[in-house]
Each structure stands twice: as C-alpha cells, then as structure tokens.
Design a protein. Structure first.
Length: 239
C-alpha cells in the first residue's frame, strides 16, 4: 500500500469506510429496509381510514401536517420524515446496486450458494419488482400528492385526500395499475422481509421457519390492505 492510499484511507470517516465494505452495505440495506417496511405498514394503516368515512382520512392527513405544531411550523415535521424516508430509499437502492456489482466482480452470490428452496421467484425478480415499484411510487405521488395527472371526475384538490383517492381509483385503468403494483410490492416485501435478518447477520437456520412466516404474513397484510381499497371503490362501497 502506498503512502498516498494510506493517507486517503485515514482521511475517510469510519462510517464511509464501513459502508464501502460488503458487510456495511448489508447493514445499510437491513436498517433502511426496516424503516421502509415501517413506512409501508404505517401508510397502509393510514389509508385504511378511508373506510371510516366522515372525513377521517382527511383529518389524519391534517394531523400529519401539524405534527409537533406549534413547537415547529406546520408541515416541518412531516418534511423531516419525508426527507429521512427519501434518504433511506436512496441508500437502500444504492446499497443493493453496489452489492450486485461486488457480487459480479467476486463471482459470488450475495446469499452464498443458491438454495432454490429459499431463492424463490420473489428473490429472482427482486431487482425488477423494486424498479417497477419505484416508478409506481413516483406516479402515485404525482397522482395523489402533487395533483399533476388528470383526475376524474371532480379534479384534484389540495387537502381533499379522501376525494382525490376515490376519484383516482374510480378510473378502471388506474385501479388496475394500483392492484398490479401492490402485488409486485408484495413480492418485493416478501423477499425483503426474509432477507432482512440475513443482512443483519441474524440468519441462524433454526429461525428459517419464523423468518418465512414473518415475511409471508407482513407481505400478505400489506397487499390485502392496499388492494382492498381499489376493489372497494370498484364495488361501490366507497365514494
């Protein structure tokens, strides 16, 4: 090792050096995965308030915008959470892409020797489902949060979360898009929840059955909860 490389290594902070390693990237994937799973669960629970009617979903959205107010100005806390979520999302993607490149260079699979009893369809489509879900997320924000896609029949209105959601899902094509995207999200969540423990080094064989049960249950709850909303709109139970 040359003196310049030693100097460069010393100048790097420990977190950066740790992240440069495969172990560090796996830990980042695991920790950001926990944060993203928590968000997905919380987001689904919040959206299910649409079944309560009486503007409950709008009240919930208003509550989020006023978190810690007047200690902090309105929406500041919400934007702090959003910024942290975006950072977690980007780190998760970067760590996953970096690990893939490391594995290709080393010609060693991330999960060790492939056991196809574990490496299911979900794991083999992990990358594509993640990309598709990311694209859908951007469309979802444009459709319901920013209001920059056509909303029928009443048009998008800031703050009218319940009306916007029902109005958007009243369109057959959009409802179908949400259902397909959530099925792919479920596939991604299943493998992510399964791999989470392995990324953090908690993958003892005696826990395999529990890990699989947790992954199946978590993914199933998210898919059923999210998909129920467009189906309820289609059936005329909402709106």
């Amino acid at each position: 090792m040359t003196s310049s490389s030693v100097s460069t290594s010393k100048n790097r902070s420990w977190p950066l050096e740790f992240y440069r390693s495969a172990v560090g990237k796996k830990w980042v994937m695991g920790i950001t995965g926990i944060a993203l799973l928590a968000f997905v669960l919380g987001h689904m629970i919040g959206n299910l308030k649409v079944y309560l009617g009486d503007g409950q979903l709008d009240s919930y959205a208003h509550f989020l915008r006023e978190l810690l107010y007047p200690l902090l100005p309105k929406t500041v806390t919400l934007w702090i959470f959003r910024t942290g979520l975006v950072a977690a999302f980007l780190l998760h993607i970067h760590a996953a892409a970096s690990l893939t490149l490391l594995n290709r260079r080393a010609n060693v699979a991330y999960e060790g020797p492939r056991d196809y009893a574990v490496a299911t369809y979900a794991s083999r489509t992990m990358r594509w489902s993640g990309v598709i879900v990311a694209v859908f997320l951007l469309w979802h924000l444009a459709d319901l949060t920013w209001g920059v896609t056509p909303m029928a029949p009443q048009g998008w209105e800031a703050g009218a979360v319940e009306a916007n959601l029902i109005g958007s899902l009243s369109r057959g094509g959009v409802a179908l898009l949400y259902i397909v995207a959530n099925l792919l999200l479920g596939i991604h969540i299943y493998h992510g929840a399964w791999s989470l423990f392995q990324s953090l080094g908690w993958a003892h064989p005696s826990y395999h059955r529990l890990r699989r049960w947790f992954a199946q249950a978590f993914a199933g709850v998210i898919v059923i909860g999210n998909v129920s909303i467009p189906l309820a709109v289609w059936a005329g139970w909402l709106g």
